[in-house]
Design a protein around this ligand. Structure first.
Ligand SMILES: [Mn+2]
Length: 432
């Protein structure tokens, strides 16, 4: 908490105000503590949008921002008895001063206070549809406020998701340094695990090693549940059981990233558990790597954000034709999307506070174009399922390669380049 730069969040709120219509207010809710079972909870993780605007790390909080710049925080009242069990709580007074709000109230009074504060405004902005519970509270507060203003127009509810999402798309220097650190921890962790795996280990053994590496390198939490998929299980995109033995001769696909200072990293590597790729594994890997490299090159300032997708489809399809998995012309494969039998997900996603960052890919039916400071994952894959009409020797091979790239003045920077990606480099690392 001590290294938190409160001015960053105040500056963000000032930027948000510039994007609001006059006579409007914006309401954003914190995350809430989620029950795991009986009286135990999952570790608290603040809502990314709320954190982006406030820097405040407690549940049961609401931010109200007025288009005139006035800012209000609702949060839990200080409670010394509860603090003996659950730790420090800010309380409205101290939170207001430290986090730079103009006003703060006890969250328990929000139903009485909030309608008074929003009455008479033309617009209420909210992140509609992300939290149904909060959406229904908003409806009640709007109705209360409207009933106080019988002879005026009603408050219009408008979605602020695209406006806030567009702001979050371009990362500032502070965000980039946190993402860079998150990527570095994840990359070092992947490297260290790849160097230490052995035949005989299970998916679970590897999962332990990754999570341990994240923690000892400075990240308390993974940014999502790691995927550790041996053999054909790599073809199941969201496989997280991670409880099977990895057999000698099999590949293992690991999709694992960590969180640092609330910012995510997201890396996938696929490597042979015995340290040596077979001829078939090599052939498929080379196609995925070619698609990965071409997709990275397609991400540059001014290009539509779907450029890497289209490029990866082309390169990967040509590879599938060359290897004999598909037949026909490249044009036909692309037009009929025949590659989708082997490549059935998208090339990547925005990354930041969320591993799949809550940012738009198009606005007003126009694709977002790459700008300096945007961060995207590039992660093509080929998955040969049992049902594929190919020779048996290929079946069960599932390969994905994923790096996190930052758009720069002259192209991109691979933030996760510390994990080897070339076959020779992987084999050398694993056998060193
Ligand atoms: Mn990803």
């Amino acid at each position: 908490m001590s290294d938190l730069n409160v001015n960053t969040f105040k500056a963000r709120r000032a930027e948000i105000v510039k994007r609001m219509d006059k006579n409007s207010v914006l309401l954003i809710s914190s995350a809430k503590l989620v029950s795991r079972n009986n009286d135990t909870t999952f570790p608290f993780r603040q809502d990314s949008n709320f954190y982006y605007c406030t820097g405040f790390q407690e549940p049961d909080s609401v931010m109200l921002l007025h288009s005139n710049g006035h800012s209000t925080l609702f949060c839990r009242q200080k409670n010394p008895e509860l603090e003996k069990w659950d730790g420090f709580m800010w309380g409205p007074e101290a939170a207001k001063d430290f986090f730079g709000f103009d006003e703060a109230y006890d969250i328990n009074n929000i139903n009485d206070v909030l309608p008074e504060l929003i009455r008479g405004n033309e617009t209420l902005y909210a992140l509609v549809g992300k939290n149904l519970d909060f959406d229904s509270k908003i409806t009640n507060w709007i109705n209360s406020a409207n009933s106080m203003e019988r002879h005026q127009g009603n408050i219009d509810l408008k979605n602020f998701s695209n406006i806030l999402g567009s702001m979050r798309l371009v990362k500032d220097d502070e965000e980039i340094s946190l993402i860079r650190k998150s990527c570095e921890i994840a990359a070092i962790s992947h490297r260290n695990v790849m160097q230490n795996v052995e035949v005989g280990m299970s998916e679970y053994d590897l999962e332990c090693m990754y999570l341990n590496e994240f923690k000892i390198n400075g990240s308390r939490e993974a940014s999502y549940t790691p995927i550790v998929a041996g053999g054909a299980r790599a073809c199941i995109l969201h496989y997280i059981n991670n409880n099977q033995q990895i057999k000698d001769g099999e590949l293992v696909l690991v999709d694992a990233g960590c969180e640092y200072g609330m910012y995510a990293s997201d890396i996938t590597r696929t490597f042979p558990i015995n340290g040596k790729f077979s001829a078939e594994q090599k052939a498929v890997y080379d196609v995925v790597l070619a698609a990965h490299n071409a997709a990275c090159d397609a991400a540059k300032i001014g290009a539509p954000c779907t450029n890497p997708q289209k490029t990866s489809e082309k390169v990967l399809s040509q590879g599938l034709l060359d290897i004999g998995f598909l037949k026909g012309s490249l044009d036909e494969v692309l037009e009929k999307q025949l590659f989708r039998e082997f490549y059935y997900h998208k090339i990547g996603h925005w990354m930041g506070l969320d591993v799949h960052d809550d940012c738009p890919y198009s606005l007003d039916a126009e694709e977002i174009k790459f700008e300096k400071g945007m961060v995207m994952t590039i992660e093509p894959g080929i998955y040969v399922n049992e049902t594929a009409e190919v020779d048996n020797k290929w079946k069960g091979i599932g390969i994905r390669i994923e790096n996190d790239i930052l758009i720069t003045d002259d192209g991109f920077e691979n933030l996760t380049s510390k994990v080897p990606v070339e076959i020779d480099d992987i084999e050398n690392l694993m056998n060193s």
